[in-house]
Design a protein around this ligand. Structure first.
Ligand SMILES: Nc1nc2c(ncn2[C@@H]2O[C@H](COP(=O)(O)OP(=O)(O)OP(=O)(O)O)[C@@H](O)[C@H]2O)c(=O)[nH]1
Ligand SMILES: [Mg+2]
Length: 346
């Protein structure tokens, strides 16, 4: 999964990108041209670590999210065509809101207003793109260039979207059929993508309430970026000393997982213990296909157990012997935290 970190210039995008990915990109540039850095972050996972401690495998693999530090919004939130084309490539966005005093401009933070500015730009962009497409469809209809029924369905869809945007409703709230969702890919409709608000706080300050129904999170971006550069045990020591209860980057990462509607499942063996992502509601057959296409092709059944039950029982063979492994067919929808063993035959 890929999440783009966006925000007004100087909001702290690069700081938060560094905090999440452990990178050390320079901060404080106030860039307003399009520039994207990509980095991969392991999803912090104490459950996986317990499974690793039990199995002592040769290899361990965390679930991963790819983050992009996407600079290039104007001071007023404006989006160039080039930036929109870049934004269209991501599965969703983390919008960083400056909630600290800006040392460069001394402007007071206005996180609430910044959300509105960004959302308005997203809506405007989508409106322009949809209008342009509706015009093309009208032309096609006139010259009879396309299959009539298909054209009418598409017109109907785009008119529905226009109505939502006119009512200032972002397209992410729109219920769409899979085929419609697929059709819309490639139109650069950015208000259709999930959006998480992140208040980037002055150290020691509390988050402000935001009048928005979007999911939100708050953290000390600068501090988290600095801690991400320390060896893990030193960072833990520092947090204890300064009574920073939980690692902000870990909380942010779980907020990202739920934003993307992903759950985690695990596979365990002496050679590898691994965490995987699966869209919530996805089937165990889909999970098998994520591991290896052969497993989906030759799927027979899945053996399933919650991670903590597995640890209590001491391993898959012990759980099987105790009759504690559930057997599930391909339609089963795994829940978060399950260890899954696929039986397959190719
Ligand atoms: N006090 C404080 N300063 C911060 C925080 N986050 C970032 N800064 C500072 O604000 C400035 C801008 O931070 P960046 O992370 O570069 O912001 P950005 O959004 O990437 O900026 P551009 O890429 O130029 O748009 C830097 O000087 C940071 O050190 C924070 O949480 N608190
Ligand atoms: Mg930056």
């Amino acid at each position: 999964m890929r999440l783009g970190i966006i925000g007004l210039p100087g909001a702290g995008k690069t700081s938060i990108f560094n905090a999440l990915t452990g990178s050390d990109l320079p901060v404080g540039n106030h860039l307003s041209h399009v520039k994207i850095h990509t980095g991969v972050a392991n999803v912090p996972d104490p459950q996986l670590e317990s499974l690793i401690a039990l199995y002592e495998p040769r290899k361990t693999t965390y679930a991963q999210i790819t983050f992009g530090d996407v600079a290039g919004m104007g001071e007023d939130g404006s989006l160039s065509g080039d930036l929109v084309n870049q934004l269209a490539q991501w599965d969703g966005f983390v919008a960083v809101l400056r909630a600290f005093e800006d040392p460069l401009t001394a402007a007071p933070p206005t996180p609430e207003q910044d959300v509105q500015v960004m959302e308005a730009e997203f809506l405007l962009n989508d409106m322009l793109r949809i209008e342009a497409h509706l015009e093309r469809l009208a032309d096609d209809r006139q010259i009879g260039a396309r299959d009539r029924a298909e054209l009418e369905r598409e017109l109907d869809l785009f008119q529905r979207l226009t109505k939502a945007l006119q009512a200032e409703r972002p397209l992410r709230g729109q219920t769409l059929e899979d085929a419609e969702r697929e059709l819309l890919q490639g139109y650069g409709l950015i208000s259709s993508k999930p959006l998480l608000l992140v208040q980037n706080l002055e150290e020691g300050k509390d988050p402000r309430p935001l009048a928005s129904d979007l999911p939100s999170f708050a953290l000390y971006g600068k501090l988290e970026a600095e801690l991400a550069q320390l060896p893990a045990d030193e960072a833990v020591g520092f947090r204890k000393e300064f009574e920073i209860a939980e690692a902000g980057n870990e909380g942010l990462m779980s907020a990202c997982l739920s934003l993307l509607g992903q759950i985690r499942f695990y596979t365990v063996s002496a050679s590898e213990v691994r965490a995987w992502l699966l869209p919530k509601g996805g089937t165990v057959l889909q999970a098998a296909g994520t591991i290896h296409s052969d497993m989906a092709r030759g799927f027979i059944r899945a053996e399933v157990i919650q991670w903590d039950d597995l640890i209590q029982l001491g391993g898959l063979s012990e759980a099987r012997a105790a009759g504690k492994l559930r057997v599930e067919g391909k339609e089963y929808a795994p829940i978060d935290g399950e260890v899954i063993h696929i039986r397959f035959n190719v």
